[in-house]
Design a protein around this ligand. Structure first.
Ligand code: GLU
Length: 424
């Protein structure tokens, strides 16, 4: 394949470049045509809006909001909305592309998108967050739609924000449209099992990978970075399956106990402590970074992107990394981890349980029908297990890492669909 540009190995590691580098390698392994490569590397649409919000003290503050639709080749675009001070267009672009690959890996009929607002919700009142969410939704009312682009929660957002989004969008349409957004509260058409879905998918992926590596879950030790929605449920569900969670962490630091941390107790403590593990007793307090290099069988980075880089990859002792977060490993760290024989269940596979149950939520909304939690879990577990087995067999077939194999599966599917659909 005669490429327009060389493999982008650069000094600076940012999520978009990391994503593009893997995309490039997988495209080469697949023998993807230049034309299709060029289509898939460019986001379909990028929207940036200014959102003036009246703050509680009467002042007006202007926030910047983004929505990037990477692709709508497989269907309406899907992806969360992130409220975080670090949000920028480059990050949202990478996250949007990851959603395209993620939906394709688990074989659900969606393209990929991501949105975000550069803000710090921890320092805002509930009223300010509501006004910001409504202003963003109103500005994006031409972009969103149940058959066009379907948002969901991501870092810093949850069911509450999705309820405001659904309500505001419904106002613009003059009727209730609950299928425009997923991750809603149950009473508004949310799905049973959605809250724990990403963590549950991480658990299913971890168990599938442990089986291949012949790690007995009852003897396995696990460290989980990040104790938000993904990390805490992944930890809880892995503990339920017999694993010993020896360390968890959040922004306040890492908490280590070689005898195992009682995860339900830690969750209860966090819930009673403004969402933070700060002051948690029954564990040794470590520096957040130290958690990543602990002597454990399984490491679950479930916080944010670029935490495993060339600076610490060499020190990682886990045999298996299961990526609960999006993009926790930088491109340059991949090579070090592979050379050290560590298996990585990549983000676009391991954390796809969330969007899978989002898809079920959308299906239920459109049917006007509610599934039982048992049905949701059974179907999402099967999708996650099948996706793992598929990626594993492609990794063997092409003799590549699980990460590159996941990209191969995804790019192949999107490219084939694109060729059938055609363009101008
Ligand atoms: N924000 C989640 C993710 O990154 C969920 C997206 C969705 O459910 O649409 O996968």
């Amino acid at each position: 394949m005669g490429y327009i540009e060389p493999a982008p190995i650069r000094d600076k590691e940012n999520p978009f470049e990391s994503m593009m580098s893997r995309f490039h390698i997988a495209s080469q392994a697949l023998g993807l045509e230049d034309e299709v490569y060029n289509v898939l590397k460019s986001p379909a649409k990028q929207v940036v809006v200014s959102l003036p919000i009246t703050m509680d003290d009467g002042s007006i503050k202007v926030f910047e909001g983004y929505r990037v639709i990477h692709s709508n080749i497989l269907g309406p675009s899907k992806g969360g909305i992130r409220f975080d001070p670090g949000v920028n267009l480059d990050e949202v672009k990478a996250l949007a592309a990851w959603m395209t690959w993620k939906c394709a890996v688990v074989d659900i009929p969606y393209g990929g998108a991501k949105g975000g607002i550069n803000c710090n919700p921890r320092e805002m009142s509930s009223g300010e967050v509501e006004r910001l969410t409504r202003a963003y939704t109103s500005a994006m009312s031409e972009i969103f739609g149940p058959d066009k682009d379907i948002p969901a929660p991501d870092m810093g957002t949850g069911p509450k924000e999705m309820a405001w989004l659904m309500d505001e969008y419904s106002r613009t349409q003059g009727m209730t449209v609950n299928s425009v957004v997923t991750g809603k509260p149950l009473v508004l058409g949310g799905s049973l099992g959605r809250t724990e879905a990403t963590g549950r998918g991480v658990m299913v992926t971890a168990l599938s990978a442990m089986e291949k590596l012949k790690i007995n879950p009852y003897k396995a030790t696990v460290a989980v970075q990040g104790f938000g929605n993904v990390g805490s449920f992944a930890a809880l569900l892995l503990e339920e399956r017999g694993a010993k969670i020896v360390a968890v962490s959040d922004l306040s630091g890492a908490y280590y106990n070689e005898k195992g941390i009682d995860i339900q107790k830690a969750i209860d403590y966090r819930n009673s402590n403004k969402g933070s593990l700060e002051g948690y007793e029954g564990a040794e307090v470590l520096d957040g970074e130290e958690l990543l290099v602990l002597e454990v069988d399984v490491l679950v980075p479930a916080a944010k992107e670029d935490v495993i880089t060339t600076h610490n990859a060499e020190q990682i002792k886990a045999k298996l990394i299961v990526e609960g977060a999006n993009g926790p490993t930088s491109y340059k760290a991949d090579a070090i981890i592979n050379d050290n024989g560590i298996m990585v269940a990549p983000d676009i596979l391991a954390n796809a349980g969330g969007v899978t149950v989002s898809y079920f939520e959308w299906v239920q909304n459109r049917l006007g029908y509610k599934w039982t939690g048992e049905r949701v879990n059974r179907r999402s577990d099967r999708i996650m297990k099948d996706a793992f087995d598929h990626v594993y067999s492609v990794a063997k077939e092409y003799n590549v890492s699980m990460r590159i194999a996941a990209y191969i599966v995804a790019i192949d599917k999107v490219a084939k669909t694109y060729k059938y659909r055609g363009g101008f």
